[in-house]
Design a protein around this ligand. Structure first.
Ligand SMILES: [Fe+2]
Length: 544
């Protein structure tokens, strides 16, 4: 039998994560935050790996992105680094460093099904090799690297050619957003409460983007932006002022990014775009790309983990595909690259939790049909748990809270029962992929809930709980190949209601998405969610 080739990628620091590749395919991707229960947890990814039950002793290759000084992680975490080098040496393998944006770009492109694409990376900063086609180094010096927030590359087959890299001091939209979040809106930008840029995006849809546009249009990419004026406005003003400021920040961001990429779009006329880096979590911006480049760009891929926790996936992908390393052919995904890369929890661990909580809950065996029926009536809010947990920030049907999108009170009901979010934040729809063209203005692919586009006007009042104030939604498109259970469940809901859409929000209450059956029951008991459905074992739980 051919021996399995295993690679481990890891990312220490914030968004601490590791990823295991077998024969070029990601099979496990875990983020520390899901286990520590602190958002965007900082830590030593190797320690996290070595404490796991995964099989890593037979791994030959390890990789991660470069530090801002040579071998930084080795000095920071010497014991686990030594252990990693010992394993690699013992297995006659090696360790590799790749560039931060080089890795974001590879993760976006190799996770897509595109043979050719223009690749854009945007974030709040990472170190990368200056050279045009970065390879891997161990003995790099300060002269070889530079901090950057923005690159453009061209992907073709297994080759990725960098066209452009920007100096962090010239361009840093990610840092400006963080500054505005903290200083103007008093929001969090990372550990332990997570980055709350989504709140600003939601507010932006409610505001007049022109009112303060001139204040941001020339400074949105410079972290020297002066926030004093806006702090005062927010302090003394009303909610609409906040919305107008958010709208100006969003509009200036869109304009500045468009300015940067226009030239390359016109030059290369790419049918396919790939984006990664934290700023590509701006799902409104991703939707705008379809509008701006209508007639040129047909498909956009943002990978499941476009922010820094996805670097642990990207480094494995470079190592596997790049001709200077393992030189393996591209992988053709069945619809989309896999994203349910966390652990699956089996019947025993679920039963153990049921037993532990037997004085607080009652449960019964049901089938999916019964649950789809419950979902369609009585304002029910149902959490579902099953399969491997989702990689990335979005729950995509395996650790989700579901509700009926037809109910115009549902947003308030969910907020009251569990989520406690600001009234203006929208909830997202999961829709059968085959029905997107009938319900939305563009027939797009958005399997990881990365893109905001508008519902068709005539459909909006059919699903009021998932339509934002401007008619838009951040949709998840669902196929059988991506998630067989979820596709079948939404189909059952469609049979009953005529609507191929369910409201889907992550199964959590402000903390990271639930990971284990224990987290699921704790979250359920700590909130007023009506039912918890362990769908792998068809067990439906109610509170006593
Ligand atoms: Fe990044």
């Amino acid at each position: 039998m051919k021996k399995t080739k295993k690679i481990i990628g890891f990312h220490s620091g914030h968004d601490c994560s590791y990823c295991i590749f077998k024969n070029g395919i990601p099979v496990t991707h875990n983020e520390l935050e899901r286990f520590s229960r602190k958002k965007e947890h900082l830590g030593d990814a190797l320690e996290f790996l070595f404490q796991s039950n995964d099989e890593w002793e037979d791994v030959k290759y390890f990789s991660q992105v470069i530090d801002n000084w040579k071998g930084g992680f080795i000095k920071r975490y010497p014991d686990t680094a030594k252990r990693m080098f010992d394993i690699a040496k013992n297995n006659k393998g090696n360790f590799y460093y790749f560039g931060h944006h080089q890795t974001h770009a590879a993760n976006a492109f190799y996770s897509s099904n595109f043979d050719e694409a223009l690749i854009i990376t945007i974030d709040a900063g990472g170190w990368d090799f200056k050279e045009h086609n970065p390879r891997s180094y161990f003995d790099y010096t300060d002269k070889d690297i530079m901090p950057t927030t923005f690159t453009i590359s061209l992907g073709k087959g297994t080759k990725i050619e960098r066209l452009h890299i920007k100096d962090i001091n010239e361009f840093n939209i990610g840092a400006t957003w963080n500054k505005c979040l903290e200083e103007i809106f008093g929001l969090s930008t990372g550990y332990p409460y997570g980055n709350q840029a989504g709140t600003v995006m939601a507010m932006a849809c409610m505001g007049d983007g022109d009112k303060y546009f001139n204040d941001f249009k020339d400074t949105i990419h410079t972290k020297n932006i002066d926030t004093t004026k806006f702090r005062q406005i927010v302090k003394n003003g009303n909610e609409q002022d906040k919305f107008d400021i958010a709208a100006a920040i969003q509009k200036a961001t869109e304009q500045k990014i468009k300015e940067q990429i226009d030239y390359y779009i016109k030059l290369h006329k790419p049918k396919n775009l790939c984006l990664a880096g934290g700023v590509s979590l701006n799902s409104v911006l991703i939707g705008k790309l379809y509008e701006w480049y209508d007639g040129i760009v047909e498909n956009i891929c943002v990978p499941p983990v476009p922010y820094d926790a996805g670097l642990s996936i990207g480094v494995c992908q470079i190592l596997w595909h790049d001709e200077r390393f393992m030189n393996q052919p591209r992988i053709k995904w069945n619809d989309n690259s896999p994203t349910y890369l966390g652990y699956t929890y089996h019947e025993d661990s679920i039963n153990e939790e049921l037993e532990k909580n037997k004085d607080k809950i009652r449960y019964k065996k049901v089938d999916d049909n019964f649950v789809a029926d419950l979902l369609s009536k009585d304002n029910n809010v149902i959490s579902v748990f099953g399969g491997g947990s989702e990689s990335g920030r979005r729950a995509l049907g395996n650790r989700s809270i579901l509700a009926d999108p037809r109910n115009d009170k549902m947003k308030d009901i969910i907020n009251e029962k569990v989520k406690h979010r600001q009234w203006f934040r929208p909830f997202a729809p999961s829709i059968l992929k085959e029905d997107v063209k009938e319900w939305f203005e563009y027939d797009i692919n958005s399997p990881y809930m990365t893109t905001v586009i508008k519902f068709k006007k005539e459909k909006r009042d059919k699903v009021p709980a998932v339509v934002h104030f401007d008619g838009s939604a951040r949709l998840q498109t669902v196929t059988k190949n991506d998630n067989k259970w979820y596709h079948s469940f939404i189909s059952k809901f469609k049979q009953k209601t005529g609507v191929p859409i369910v409201l889907n929000t992550s199964f959590n209450d402000r903390e990271p998405i639930v990971e284990t059956p224990e987290h699921a029951i704790n979250c359920f008991l700590g909130t007023n969610i009506d039912y918890l459905y362990f769908r792998d074992v068809n067990i439906l739980i109610e509170r006593i």
